[in-house]
Design a binder for this molecule. Structure first.
Ligand code: PLP
Ligand code: SF4
Length: 338
């Protein structure tokens, strides 16, 4: 009997097909939304931005055709303003490079480390502070993770590993499982946190396999999703989020305060209420990190403080996220206080 020489093609999961089929061009994006490029003349989309366009279909479906100010569109459409180089903005505004211990392992805060599992994302957010982070050389295979895992093993003060990126849920369930199995064997680890935008942007990523993995691990899982606007909590997103919540997994949300996207009290209120109605706790509202290319999204802190105060006057206390900013060298996120 001859040995099998070829392995049968692995059936791609739906989310992987959605990822592969994401829109990767401003022109196509505008066409799909029935927007004339001329409509955006004052904020001309750049043909070939350094950080390429990437928008999955499910997310695109939640945009309003014909609306150039759509809050989802604004998060993903490159603008000429990105090329501005303003004082106070830099490549590594939050000190991630200096906090890196071994490739892909960041420890800034006591007891928890951030493991950058991949540089890839399922969407490219124009405001992202990691868009200019040097991902090449970061660990991408289990073998390359070994060093990071050894460093975690060697430090018994670490009780929580945060999988970050990029987006860790871009990894297949199989790769994640291998990683989680290695982490589980470290006795001092108690919690596994996953920071991901996938349940929002490709909700089909919340697979049965993922839920099983999270249910089986001895580590207490936490999922931190990332929605900035209530209109993101539509289409196939709410059901996916509820599948996570239904497993008893704590699901938290972090948002970034973004000019033109969510910088009104109405918008923040709708987001918070939309989240808590799904069983998600609004965790953080981040002041924008000042990286190059994002200045047009910045909301002054003085306005942010007023927005949070106005929000607190309208929703339950548990629906008010902590308004924070990241300061280089600080021992945690720094509250932006009234
Ligand atoms: C934000 C962040 C964390 C998590 O902080 P929490 O306040 O626990 O949510 C951990 N490590 C790094 C490097 C971070 O940037
Ligand atoms: S890291 Fe998060 S915020 Fe940045 S581009 Fe990826 S998904 Fe968007």
């Amino acid at each position: 009997m001859s040995a099998r020489t070829t392995t049968p093609p692995v059936q791609q999961e739906r989310w992987q097909r959605e990822l592969a089929a994401a829109v990767r061009c401003s022109k196509v994006l505008l066409e799909r939304l029935q927007l004339e490029p001329a409509l955006l003349a004052s904020e001309e989309p750049i043909a070939k931005p350094a950080f390429p366009v990437m928008v999955p279909e499910s997310y695109l479906q939640r945009m309003q055709p014909g609306d150039p100010r759509d809050p989802l569109l604004l998060q993903v459409l490159p603008r000429a303003d990105e090329q501005l180089r303003l004082p106070g903005f830099s490549v590594d505004a939050v000190g991630d490079l200096e906090a890196q211990q071994t490739a892909g392992l960041l420890q800034k805060y006591h007891g928890r480390v951030l493991l950058i599992t991949t540089g890839a994302c399922a969407i490219h957010c124009r405001y992202c502070f990691r868009q200019s982070f040097p991902y090449s050389g970061l660990p991408v295979t289990t073998e390359q993770w070994r060093k990071a895992i050894q460093a975690i093993q060697a430090d018994s003060s670490i009780s929580e590993v945060i999988l970050s990126g990029g987006d860790p849920l871009v990894l297949t369930d199989g790769r994640l499982e291998k990683l989680v199995q290695e982490l589980e064997q470290i006795p001092h680890l108690q919690r596994l946190r996953i920071h991901t935008r996938l349940p929002i942007v490709i909700p089909a990523r919340v697979t049965t396999g993922l839920l099983q993995l999270l249910r089986r691990t001895r580590l207490q899982p936490f999922i931190v999703i990332h929605a900035n606007h209530a209109a993101e909590l539509a289409g196939d997103c709410p059901a996916a989020v509820q599948r996570l919540v239904g497993q008893g997994i704590p699901v938290l949300n972090q948002a970034v305060l973004l000019r033109g996207v969510n910088d009104t009290v109405e918008s923040l209120e709708q987001l918070s209420l939309g989240l808590i109605n799904l069983g998600v706790t609004p965790y953080y509202l981040h002041q924008l990190d000042r990286v190059h290319g994002t200045a047009h999204f910045e909301v002054p802190e003085v306005d942010g403080r007023q927005l949070i105060a106005a929000l607190a006057a309208r929703v339950p206390g548990y629906a008010v996220p902590r308004y924070v900013r990241e300061i280089r060298g600080a021992t945690g996120k720094t509250p932006v206080l009234p």
